[in-house]
Structure formats: structure tokens, C-alpha cells
Write a protein that binds this ligand. Structure first.
Ligand code: ATP
Ligand code: MG
Length: 266
């Protein structure tokens, strides 16, 4: 299921400050309604790629387009543009702690909707609905900074989902969640994708990529696109997964027999 392009990278090069170039001439497109996994070892550039999509990092050369228009750092100096862009794109950070802006869970979730032209009763309704949906009503008066990692992730998720954005960009969404919450989240994301939302998910979790994303984009440790295509194909290509440092085979001998264990990067 694909529609018009949501993100278009054409020969994008990016480096952090004066550091060596991280991405060099990177090109790919993501279309409306797609669900794409961004895979790669630690430091391969997954989070950075997502930050470019979210308008938090800006390429030094090449063209980055979102929703059909060229996006530059200067665009975000316009408050109206910035608000509109961030209402269309929901971003869940890898480290959700940095995402917390207030000192109370209820205010945290209401923060985004309060920036929209909604009445206070509409904002209240949305926040209450999402608290119930995520089963976190009991956390409403707590400080987001004093929650467990998993609870904090749920609050960050609530702050994104409450805005009902067209595009969801999630960085390692299942890390630190218990199994029930992980399957709950996968089901929510599958449903949102079925409704036409575009998903971009950075993950080490090959199982998650397989369940949720028909397409995978695999970054090498040299920050190049090693593979862009069907998840079914890449997840069965052990040579390429090994090359990208997403699986590793460890052999050891005991009782005169050699065993091989496969480690996946999760
Ligand atoms: N703010 C920053 N300033 C300078 N270098 C950075 C910054 N953020 C990331 N990097 C570097 O850029 C490279 C890519 O980092 P990135 O966080 O995108 O990787 P990643 O694939 O998300 O890794 P992980 O699996 O550990 O989350 C790394 O070498 C990292 O050290
Ligand atoms: Mg990362």
C-alpha cells in the first residue's frame, strides 16, 4: 500500500558539526501508508536518519523533502511551520527522558494538544481517552521524571498518540517494555498503519521488523544503505545480517562437542 512520497532523500550528506561525514549521498523515498524498519548496528546512524526526518538535524548537502516540499533548517525558525510539521509527525525518541517537558504526567500528555486550536474540553477529552487507552490513568499526577523506564515510555507514547499524527517515527519503541506491553504496542501500530498512517521504526529487534514492517532499510556500520527492500528477504539473508553486525555466531566446545549459538542484536 503506497501513496505519494512522505520523505524523499536525494544525495543527502550529513555530518555532526565538524566531524567526519556520517551519511554520504544517501537516496531513498518513503511513501504514504508504508511501514518501514530502519535496521543497523550501534552507531550505524538509525537515530540520526530519523532525526533528519523529524527536522531535528539538517543535511549539509543534497535534498531532503517532506510532504512534497524541500525542507531546510531555516524553515523551523518559523514557529507556524514548526508547529504544523510536528503536528503531522509524531516522534518517539530513543531516550524518552529527554522528551519530557513538564512535571506532571497529565500536563505532559496535554502539552501537544494545547498547542493546537482545540477547546479546553476537547484537550481534556483527548488526554482522558489516551490515559484509558494506555491504562496509565493511575500515573496522571506523577512526575514523568520519577517513573520507571517502561512507564516513562508509555507516557511518551501517549504524548505522541494523543496528537493522532499522520506519520509516526519511533526510535527503538519496544526497548524496555515488558512482553505484554510490547505486543500491545505492536498491535496498536499495525492498526494505525492499516488506517493509513505511515510508520518508520528504528530497531535492533528483527522480530519486530518482521511483524510490523514489510520493508526494511538496513544501514551498514559505514553508514551506507546496505539493503532496501522486503523485510522477508533481508531477515533470511544471514550473510548480510552478519555483515551489518545484526547477528553473530559464537561457537564453544563442551563435552567434546562444538555448539554454535546465534546472537541477534536486540
Ligand atoms: N549529537 C551528536 N553529536 C556528534 N556525534 C553524534 C551525535 N549523535 C550521534 N553521533 C554519532 O553519530 C553516529 C551515529 O549515531 P546514531 O545515534 O545515529 O546511531 P544508531 O544507529 O541510532 O545507534 P544505536 O543503535 O546505538 O542507537 C555515531 O557514531 C554517534 O557517535
Ligand atoms: Mg539510535
Amino acid at each position: 500500500m503506497t501513496g505519494s512520497p512522505v520523505f524523499e532523500f536525494d544525495n543527502v550528506s550529513f555530518s555532526y558539526g565538524r566531524q567526519a561525514e556520517l551519511f554520504k549521498n544517501m537516496s531513498f523515498r518513503i511513501h504514504r501508508g508504508e511501514s518501514v524498519a530502519v535496521l543497523g548496528a550501534n552507531g550505524s546512524g538509525k537515530s540520526t536518519l530519523l532525526k533528519i526526518m523529524c527536522g531535528l538535524c539538517h543535511p549539509q548537502s543534497g535534498s531532503f523533502r517532506a510532504f512534497g516540499r524541500e525542507i531546510t533548517g531555516a524553515d523551523f525558525e518559523d514557529d507556524g511551520f514548526s508547529k504544523e510539521y510536528h503536528a503531522r509527525i509524531g516522534f518517539l525518541f530513543q531516550n524518552t527522558q529527554v522528551q519530557m517537558l513538564t512535571t506532571r504526567v497529565w500536563d505532559e500528555i496535554a502539552y501537544g494538544p494545547l498547542q493546537l486550536p482545540l477547546s479546553s474540553s476537547e484537550v481534556k477529552g483527548r488526554v482522558e481517552d489516551i490515559l484509558t487507552f494506555l491504562d496509565i490513568g493511575h500515573l496522571r499526577d506523577r512526575s514523568p521524571h520519577r517513573l520507571s523506564g517502561g512507564e516513562q515510555k508509555k507516557v511518551a507514547l501517549a504524548s505522541v498518540l494523543v496528537l493522532n499524527p499522520q506519520v509516526l517515527i519511533f526510535d527503538e519503541p519496544t526497548n524496555g517494555l515488558d512482553p505484554r506491553t510490547q505486543s500491545w504496542l505492536v498491535n496498536v501500530l499495525l492498526k494505525l498503519n492499516k488506517q493509513g498512517r505511515t510508520l518508520v521504526i528504528a530497531t535492533h529487534n528483527l522480530e519486530l521488523a518482521h511483524t510490523l514492517c514489510p520493508r526494511s532499510l538496513l544501514l551498514s556500520e559505514q553508514h551506507q544503505i546496505l539493503f532496501d527492500g522486503p523485510s522477508d528477504q533481508i531477515l533470511n539473508d544471514y550473510d548480510m545480517l552478519r555483515e551489518a553486525n545484526l547477528i553473530d555466531d559464537f561457537s564453544h566446545t563442551h563435552h567434546n562437542q562444538t555448539h554454535t549459538h546465534r546472537y541477534t542484536h536486540q
